[in-house]
Write a protein that binds this ligand. Structure first.
Ligand SMILES: C[S@@+](CC[C@H](N)C(=O)[O-])C[C@H]1O[C@@H](n2cnc3c(N)ncnc32)[C@H](O)[C@@H]1O
Length: 272
């Protein structure tokens, strides 16, 4: 599976990405709690954002621009959306064309493993939300690149699927050979393309290798993805209960003994 294959898959799925029509069936259990993953990772994405609204932000593997749009709504306007897939960038462009807020968003086709389009020490805030670092199959190189383009003291935030929760998902999908392969190689398959699933210690090693000091290690979510999906759907309908469940997550999601079994792993580092 080459870089071209991943690019083609995302070009193909780009128009259905926002509606979720593109989602593969294999990991249904993990997807149920996606709303909690979104809320938790957004909580930490904003926690470390500098207050100054004119900062330069890089959204690497930005897809159709969902997260960058939220930042624009908060008043941040200098954001570069970088992605390997031109189809995803075209969707992002459409999304931003509809926004009434003034912004200075740029769309750049770029491979996270080698972002030749950007000079070193350019960005005040760098993030890669949901999987580009694992889809590129060279997470060590990707983290080095994210650190390279960040300015000194800038935060660098990566989010990807964890390793161990996927083992039971694969067994539930009766793909035992895939579970064995994942434990042996760190590689699993979403759609038809491979991805790296890491423990927080493995990702932390890549961060430290890139000169990034670990600030926070987050599991998103640490509990809700293990709750039966029908029960969770019912509970979520009550806003007060949903709020209490999110509070529970936010209180425990940085407990490192829980993170390797969480739905997603989010790591926040600072360039030193
Ligand atoms: C699961 S989507 C997430 C998109 C967006 N960050 C979000 O959270 O909605 C993963 C994105 O990574 C992009 N991607 C995959 N490999 C990449 C690479 N080597 N360099 C840059 N982007 C890549 C895909 O094109 C896709 O848009």
């Amino acid at each position: 599976m080459s870089k071209k294959d991943v690019e083609e898959i995302y070009d193909k799925y780009a128009s259905g990405y926002q509606s979720g029509d593109f989602a593969p069936e294999t990991f249904d259990t993990g997807r149920v709690a996606m709303g909690f993953a979104d809320d938790i990772t957004w909580h930490f994405l904003t926690k470390f954002l500098p207050e100054e609204k004119s900062i330069e932000i890089l959204d690497a593997g930005a897809g159709d621009g969902y997260w960058a749009q939220k930042l624009v709504k908060l008043g941040y306007s200098n954001i570069v959306l970088a992605d390997l897939s031109q189809g995803m960038l075209d969707q992002a462009r459409k999304r931003f064309a509809k926004l009434r807020v003034k912004h200075n968003v740029k769309f750049v086709k770029s491979d996270i493993r080698n972002m030749v389009e950007f000079q070193s020490n350019t960005f005040d805030y760098v993030f890669s939300q949901y999987d580009a670092v694992s889809y590129c199959l060279k997470p060590r190189e990707a983290v080095l690149e994210l650190a390279r383009v960040a300015k000194k003291d800038a935060h660098v935030i990566v989010c990807l699927d964890t390793k161990f929760k996927r083992v039971s998902e694969l067994i539930e999908a009766r793909q035992i050979h895939r579970a064995e392969e994942l434990l042996r190689t760190n590689i699993s398959y979403d759609f038809t393309h491979p991805q790296y699933n890491l423990t927080w210690q493995e990702l932390a090693e890549y961060y430290e290798n890139a000169g990034l000091t670990i600030v926070e290690v987050v599991g998103a979510p640490v509990f809700m993805h293990q709750v039966n999906k029908n029960v969770l759907k019912g509970l979520e309908e009550n806003i007060e209960v949903r709020t209490r469940l999110l509070e529970m997550e936010l209180k425990h999601c940085t407990n490192r003994s829980l993170v390797n079994f969480a739905g997603h792993l989010q790591m926040i580092g600072r360039k030193t």
